[in-house]
Design a protein around this ligand. Structure first.
Ligand code: HEM
Length: 228
């Protein structure tokens, strides 16, 4: 592993692979969140399954968190190395002649997403860990002493979007996410050198993903805000 990460192309591959993994997570996360718009019951049942099934909780969740950390750390490493390399080889040119505005700002959109994840964990993940593992309540019920009280997941999500400031912050983050995905997708094609008859349609898919998923998240946040 360290051998792969020691070469520039190895690092870019690792970056693209971790990005692909995070995109698969984001697609399933989006699909489950979208259920909250259509059916309170379905969203509650799926959330309870995801939140209590051992494979997801104790295997996939830690892998996901490691994947997020890896992607960010590797992103910084690549950025710093690129900067150092640029000082030497691009000495005669200005930055914009060598890299697009977005590619130079990949690190900034990445930092905006990192800040969002901080807020997002504070909003959803930390309270979830608190109820389940600190208070020891795995029931998922609004009132753990009353089996008829129903699951709490949809209610909690719905109430998070009462405050307009949170909706605005989330939507700004989704715009950064879209920009990050748009550029990330095209740079992944360059670094993996993939160029065959599927490249065009995959690039089209990447563009569609980078626009539709963040827009869908905007829709979910607005839906919960305006249906109060
Ligand atoms: C309207 C948009 C979104 C909503 C309503 C939402 C909702 C949630 C909820 C309810 C959880 C808690 C799951 C749990 O631990 O029980 C969660 C966790 C999480 N969300 Fe989101 N999310 C949204 C957007 C995003 C975006 C855009 C990202 C990534 C850029 C993201 C990344 C995560 C991560 C990494 C977790 C922790 C996963 C885990 O529990 O293991 N979310 N989200």
């Amino acid at each position: 592993m360290s051998g792969i990460l020691n070469s520039s192309i190895g690092r870019k591959f690792a970056m693209a692979l971790s990005a692909l993994f995070l995109m698969i997570f984001l697609l399933q996360h989006f699909t489950i969140n979208l259920l909250s718009v259509f059916s309170e019951d379905t969203f509650n049942n799926v959330s309870h399954f995801m939140g209590t099934f051992w494979l997801i909780q104790y295997v996939l969740q830690p892998v996901l968190i490691l994947g997020v950390i890896f992607h960010f750390v590797m992103g910084f490493v690549l950025e710093i190395r690129n900067r150092n390399a640029r000082q030497i080889s691009y000495a005669k040119n200005n930055g914009s002649a060598n890299s697009s505005w977005m590619s130079r700002n990949m690190i900034w959109s990445g930092l905006a997403i990192l800040a969002f994840i901080g807020l997002h964990f504070y909003d959803f993940w930390a309270p979830e860990i608190n109820v389940k593992y600190f208070k020891g309540d795995m029931s998922g019920l609004i009132d753990p002493d009353n089996v008829n009280s129903g699951f709490r997941y949809w209610e909690e999500l719905h109430h998070k979007f009462v405050d307009i400031w949170r909706v605005v912050l989330y939507c700004i983050a989704f715009i950064f996410l879209s920009l990050h995905l748009l550029h990330g997708f095209s740079s992944a094609f360059q670094s993996t050198g993939m160029n065959n008859k599927y490249t065009k349609s995959l690039q089209g898919f990447g563009k569609a993903y980078a626009i539709i998923i963040p827009l869908g998240f905007v829709f979910i946040a607005l839906f919960h805000h305006f249906t109060h």
